[in-house]
Design a protein around this ligand. Structure first.
Ligand SMILES: [Zn+2]
Ligand SMILES: [Zn+2]
Ligand SMILES: [Zn+2]
Ligand SMILES: [Zn+2]
Length: 390
């Protein structure tokens, strides 16, 4: 190496023209080349598909999905919703669109099974990590009424946001999830009952999860079950967190192996992160009247800790998810909050040990060097120092 440098350096001095080279190299490998301005496509290289087959479907929404049943079947755009701009040359966009077109039939094949199972055409959207069947016609989101197609793409974004957040928060390695997660949102209770039986191997009119290998959540999203978009969103965030945790390598559901505190705690943690409210309970998902302190858990936990009257760690660590008492849900959430705050990567290790059937006590010692009693003391101090009073 040294000889090579020695040989090159003098030649640099001899050829001043080489000084230009680093200027060009300043442009990182990821930086976009500058394309000529094009008015027709606003220099994006593509235009919404003009084919009449789409009627009133908004092809402009087709930016966040690999497949959308609403634009599938069009020969002009191959089901992508977009075509190359004929006014400008964009080989990168052409290649991207061609790749998308090519993958669509394969994805279609894997999701059309659901239509065949149900016996009617479903509204399906497929993203990097999710297959979403969305059977709600329209819904109000932040005071604006969205139609079915808009909702499909909104939920595609929401689910990918949660996925990215989960992976970032816990610093999960690439390749830790084998399959796309499946989310079925029905309007009619009878479709939910039928769909959950078919796709989650257990039917009811509210919501059913299939954890582990084929992670699936099927639920009825109508107003009787979820009063508005926000409460539906919160419920799905909670339950999809359960799916992610159980499907992550090594795959296992810890909720029935005394890992209830971590299983429920993490699901509540994401509810709290986005909404500052926790009101989803897995032992009784259908009972929307269950409430602990209005779902505002940080002040509730702080009060419990200050009064010294709260469920003890040995008890909380011994529960399955469906055996957690109301206040234990809040404590479990707070344990997770504490450990993520302490070292999220080590918390991810702890979760992985729990999935490999290591008892909480041993996993906690390995990941954090704490016994349960030491953890409880440190956690209680942290809660007193950091949680709000109201
Ligand atoms: Zn153009
Ligand atoms: Zn679409
Ligand atoms: Zn088209
Ligand atoms: Zn839960």
């Amino acid at each position: 190496m040294r000889t090579l440098l020695a040989l090159l350096l003098p030649s640099l001095f001899l050829l001043p023209v080489l000084a230009l080279a680093p200027l060009q190299d300043d442009r990182g490998p990821d930086e976009e080349p500058v394309w000529p301005r094009c008015i027709q496509c606003k220099t994006t290289g593509m235009e919404e598909c003009p084919d009449k087959v789409h009627k009133k479907v908004d092809c402009g929404l087709e930016t966040n999905a690999h497949y959308c049943s609403e634009v599938y079947g069009c020969e002009t755009c191959g089901g992508t919703g977009w075509i190359d701009c004929d006014e400008c040359e964009r080989p990168d966009v052409d290649a991207d669109l061609a790749g998308r077109r090519e993958r669509i039939p394969g994805i279609r094949e894997s999701v059309i099974k659901y239509d065949e199972e149900m016996g009617f055409p479903l509204h399906t959207i497929v993203t990097d990590h999710f297959e979403i069947v969305w059977e709600i016609d329209s819904m109000k989101v932040d005071k604006k009424r969205l139609d079915q197609h808009e909702l499909m793409h909104l939920w595609a974004d929401r689910m990918e946001t949660l996925f990215a957040d989960y992976v970032d928060t816990l610093q999960v390695k690439d390749g830790s999830f084998q399959q796309r997660l499946r989310l079925f949102v029905w309007w009619l209770p009878k479709d939910q009952k039928d769909g959950s039986l078919r796709f989650c191997q257990q039917g009811n009119e509210e919501g059913v999860k299939l954890l582990g290998l084929n992670p699936t959540y099927s639920l009825c999203g109508n107003k009787k079950s979820h009063k508005n978009d926000e409460s539906l969103h919160r419920n799905v965030v909670h339950n999809v967190t359960h799916l992610l945790l159980s499907h992550q390598n090594p795959m296992e559901w810890i909720g029935n192996k005394k890992g209830g505190w971590a299983d429920a705690g993490l699901a509540h943690w994401f509810e709290d992160k986005y909404f500052e409210v926790c009101d989803t309970y897995c032992y009784q998902e259908q009972n929307t009247n269950v409430d602990f302190k209005g779902g505002k858990w940080k002040p509730a936990v702080r009060k419990m800790v200050q009064s010294g009257d709260y469920p003890k760690i040995g008890t909380v660590f011994s529960r399955n998810t469906d055996g957690l008492e109301l206040e234990e849900h809040a404590i479990a959430f707070s344990y997770v909050d504490f450990l993520i705050h302490k070292d999220a990567k080590m918390f991810n290790l702890l979760l992985s040990r729990l999935r490999s059937k290591t008892p909480t006590r041993d996993a906690l010692a390995e990941a954090f060097g704490l016994s349960p009693i030491q953890m409880e003391e440190a956690w209680a101090e942290w809660v007193k120092d950091t949680y709000p009073l109201r």
